[in-house]
Design a protein around this ligand. Structure first.
Ligand SMILES: [Zn+2]
Ligand SMILES: [Zn+2]
Length: 340
């Protein structure tokens, strides 16, 4: 008889089912088996579960991709980890052989297998992945902080592109968990001012609670006026964590400024004056997932420099996953951590 475990399985449009499934087994020598300790609910999970879906997952897949756990079994060829190690996981399994992987751009791999979207993920007691995706994290880091590793690795990829200098003025548009991490990372790097914009009163209030006073709701106040008043000439760096505000970002960036496009909204079609980018000599960066940035994210987590406890609005058991996803869909939560 095979052992069973409770898991959240995506069964097709709008259907996420909590049900018993067989405990996964190691089938390849490079794999590790992880006992999952905590998982963050991601906005992507919300998009996958909404009707119509905002993001496509493969039916039959266990969701959950932002997780931390302990190694309970090792494949024969895994030598960089040992039993009992706590690890965080890069959920984007790259092939290692396509032209991008061979050019050290695994994020852009042509054969990516997304754990928790197309390959079984972590809303369950156990998960089996290739050992190359698992990064050891020190036991001194609280379990629930480990669940931020994936998001943070993605954010570090974006912050690496703009390299904020001490004193610079930054605007973060979109004050969800990703925007909050960007804001905290910029503050930690010495930004002179961090301005946060969002249309959700809950998220703006949350930003204030997290110690950011320069918050603005563009529905109530002219964003450009606000930014010009605070920066004089426009922002040195703008992050679009919403995925749909490129024209706004271009408008509020100073001449020679930088813009990071992070959020993903596949329906967004930007209408803007291209000449503005040319004449302002703007640098615009796309930032997609983590690009070799898990080791750095682990170091940031181990440094305990970020206020992650403050970002956790709810902690719930796996059996309450549907409630958690609903709360996030209504934007009535910041980060929700799930315990299997
Ligand atoms: Zn995610
Ligand atoms: Zn590849």
């Amino acid at each position: 008889m095979t052992d069973k475990m409770l898991a959240a399985v995506f069964e097709g449009v709008g259907k996420l089912e909590l049900k018993d499934v067989p405990v996964p087994q190691i089938t390849k020598p490079d794999q590790v088996k992880i006992e999952v300790e905590a998982i963050g609910i991601c906005g992507t999970d919300v998009h996958i579960c909404s009707v119509p879906p905002g993001y496509i997952a493969t039916p039959g897949t266990i969701l959950g991709h932002e997780y931390v756990g302990r190694i309970v079994e090792l494949g024969k060829s895994v030598s960089h980890l040992k039993l009992g190690d706590r690890v965080v996981v890069n959920p984007n399994d790259y092939c290692g052989t396509c032209v991008y992987c061979q050019n050290h751009l695994p994020t852009l791999c042509e054969n990516i297998g997304a754990i928790g979207i197309d390959v079984d993920g972590a809303y369950a007691k156990y998960n089996v992945v290739s050992g190359k995706l698992a990064f050891r994290i020190d036991d001194s880091v609280p379990i629930e902080h480990g669940a931020f590793a994936e998001m943070l690795a993605d954010v570090v990829n974006g912050t690496n592109k703009v390299r904020v200098q001490p004193g610079e003025y930054v605007v973060v548009i979109g004050a969800g968990p990703i925007g909050q991490l960007y804001a905290q990372m910029f503050k930690a790097s010495g930004a002179g001012k961090v301005i946060i914009a969002d249309t959700s009163p809950y998220r703006l209030e949350y930003s204030r609670k997290m110690g950011f006073d320069l918050v603005v709701n563009p529905l109530e106040e002219d964003l450009k006026e606000f930014v010009m008043r605070e920066t004089g000439v426009g922002a040195d760096v703008v992050v679009d964590a919403a995925g749909s505000v490129l024209p706004v970002a271009v408008d509020i960036a100073r001449k020679g400024g930088k813009v990071v496009l992070f959020g993903v909204n596949t329906h967004a079609k930007a209408e803007l004056k291209q000449s503005e980018i040319t004449m302002k000599e703007l640098q615009i960066f796309g930032s997609w997932l983590a690009n070799g940035t898990f080791p750095a994210a682990v170091k940031v987590l181990e440094s305990r420099k970020l206020d992650l406890d403050g970002l956790i609005s709810h902690k719930i058991p796996l059996t309450d996953l549907h409630k958690g996803i609903d709360m996030l869909a209504k934007r009535e939560a910041m980060k929700i951590i799930v315990f299997p």
